[in-house]
Design a protein around this ligand. Structure first.
Ligand code: NAP
Length: 501
């Protein structure tokens, strides 16, 4: 990643994260003829969330033909919703096919980043390694990469094993054990049915009943897979069909939350079919408007709750004791292991390491109240830093890969502009960030996410800092091209004396 003397230096780029975001950025750079980059990842294997989440039953609840890159269709997806291992294999295949191995540095945890204004460079501290100096940083550390476990009173006294869904302990055999599953979100409803038949007893601790719709568990037939492989246009059409079906549903989320009552009817029927016991039916019936929290899909969760070795507790957790969990009704639920399927630090997340920008500005301080960026990607006072899956880029209705590819196109356009115009730095103007975020919050006001529920979409200030309040194609249009007029740009000639590089 060095420049040859006398030539215009190549921009040195560090991508942080080998999940879908980081890999997409790397492929885009290579396809644009830019190879002066490195991809750092704290983990020992690439793949981001799909490498980290290995819990039993883990799969994607977005159809695979859309939850994959547009530039690398996979005709071989086994199911409409494919399992984790298959998605991880897909990311590995991307790494191989596009020759990314040489750029990836695993076991490389970035512990800090600071911008040197005088030289317009970023210095990354990497645990146990020499500092790394680059011109551009692309943070692709993922919106849901930092697990959160509630700090229940007495947790440390528990004599059994405790672990988070995203840090599954494969060395702990749960077979025959009394297991407590805390949470009933997207992860929990996949884990429960996957372990219920082998554990001794499963006690589910539910705080809020989620909305659950029937799930399409169909497999693609060998004929369909052969057709997708032989005629790529068929796969493309299938992808379009999925995309536009999901996009049509966004109308209800964004503009007419009352329309979601139709889907609530389907979910109520799903409960009646899946649960016979009227008391249990009542416990699992949600009390908020569907869509306000992520809508879940499962055909196995409700029947699982009626298994003789499964019980659903809704009284709330009082504390953890050496032998189990005591609920607010005073009962002690004896357990050998506790699985925390309690989600991730999302809305309040800054960067997972200290980031010091121009003039020593700290990202953590800037985002102490609320995370905010321009187009979810750039932040004032942090030149040459681009975030993939930054604030307000998340979705409740479609595939994050579409958003990732939109952001990647924007970042690539920025990098190409920097190369073409010989720019040392680009820094978004505060008024651009302000206007973008005022518009986002105005649009959010009409959406189902503001219908009154406590979801991880909101920061502690109550502001929704995670979701994109529009159609995904609107985000695609907004991020088509780097808009340098919204940025303070510094030419290399202004930063470096002649001869310097
Ligand atoms: P989550 O949706 O945040 O769910 C966490 C669960 O833990 C909720 O039921 C929550 O209850 C409960 N909980 C949290 N703190 C608690 C406490 N102190 N006491 C009792 N219960 C508590 O987390 P997740 O299931 O891991 O999913 C997170 C996100 O990851 C999803 O929304 C989705 O975007 C993604 N995900 C995707 C897939 C997929 O198939 N694509 C699969 C898994 C996850 P409340 O509802 O009351 O807060």
């Amino acid at each position: 990643m060095s420049a040859s003397p006398g030539s215009r230096p190549q921009l040195r780029i560090a991508i942080i994260g080998t999940g879908f975001g980081g890999l997409a950025m790397a492929v885009a750079l290579l396809r644009a003829g830019i190879s002066s980059f490195v991809i750092l990842d704290k983990d020992s294997q690439a793949g981001g969330t799909w490498a980290a989440n290995t819990y039993p039953g883990c799969e994607c609840d977005v159809p695979s033909h859309l939850y994959s890159y547009s530039f690398a269709p996979n005709p071989r997806w086994s199911h409409v919703f494919s399992p984790q291992g298959e998605i991880l294999d897909y990311t590995r295949d991307i790494i191989r096919r596009f020759g990314l191995e040489a750029h990836i540095r695993l076991n490389s945890q970035v512990t800090g980043a600071r911008f040197d204004e005088a030289r317009a460079v970023w210095t990354l501290s990497v645990a146990g390694q020499p500092d790394l100096e680059v011109d551009v940083v692309v943070g692709a550390t993922g919106g849901l990469s930092r697990p959160v476990s509630p700090d229940f009173a007495g947790l440390e006294s528990f004599e059994g094993t405790v672990f988070h869904s995203a840090r599954w302990r494969h060395d702990v055999a749960l077979d025959g054990l009394r297991v407590g599953l805390v949470g009933t979100g997207a992860s929990a409803i996949q884990i429960g049915p996957a372990i219920a038949s082998t554990v001794g007893a499963l006690t589910v601790f539910q705080r809020t009943a989620p909305w659950i719709l029937p799930r399409d568990s169909s497999e693609y037939s060998p004929l369909a897979k052969a057709a997708f492989a032989r005629v790529p246009a068929l796969g493309w059409l299938h992808r379009q069909q999925i995309y536009w079906t999901l996009e049509a549903r966004a109308t209800a989320f964004l503009h007419e939350p009352r329309l979601l009552q139709l889907a609530e009817g389907i979910a109520h029927r799903h409960i009646r079919r899946g649960v016979r016991d009227p008391a249990l039916r009542q416990k699992v019936t949600p009390t908020y408007r569907m869509g306000c929290k992520r809508i879940l899909m499962s055909n196995t969760w409700y029947p699982m709750l009626e298994r003789p070795n499964v019980s659903l507790q809704t009284e709330g957790i009082e504390r953890v004791e050496p032998r189990g969990i005591r609920t607010r009704d005073g009962r002690l639920h004896e357990l050998d292991a506790i699985v925390m399927a309690t989600g991730f630090q999302a809305a309040d997340a800054a960067a997972p390491f200290p980031v010091a920008g121009r003039g020593g500005a700290q990202l953590e301080t800037l985002w102490a109240t609320d995370a905010m960026a321009y187009k979810g990607t750039t932040v004032g006072s942090f030149p040459n830093l681009f975030l993939i899956v930054g604030p307000n880029t998340g979705l409740g209705h479609s595939s994050m890969i579409f958003m990732i590819e939109s952001q990647v196109a924007y970042v690539l356009s920025a990098i190409e502009t920097m190369r073409r115009d010989d720019l040392a730095s680009v820094e978004v103007r505060p008024e651009a960030v302000e206007a973008w975020n005022v518009d986002i919050q105005r649009k959010l006001g009409r959406t189902v996410w503001e219908s009154g529920c406590a979801a991880w979409y909101r920061s502690s200030s109550g502001r929704n800092t995670t979701l994109w309040p529009g159609f995904t194609w609107q985000f695609r249009l907004a991020t088509r091209k780097f808009d340098s007029d919204r940025y303070v740009v510094r030419r290399r000639a202004e930063v470096f004396a002649p001869g310097e590089s």
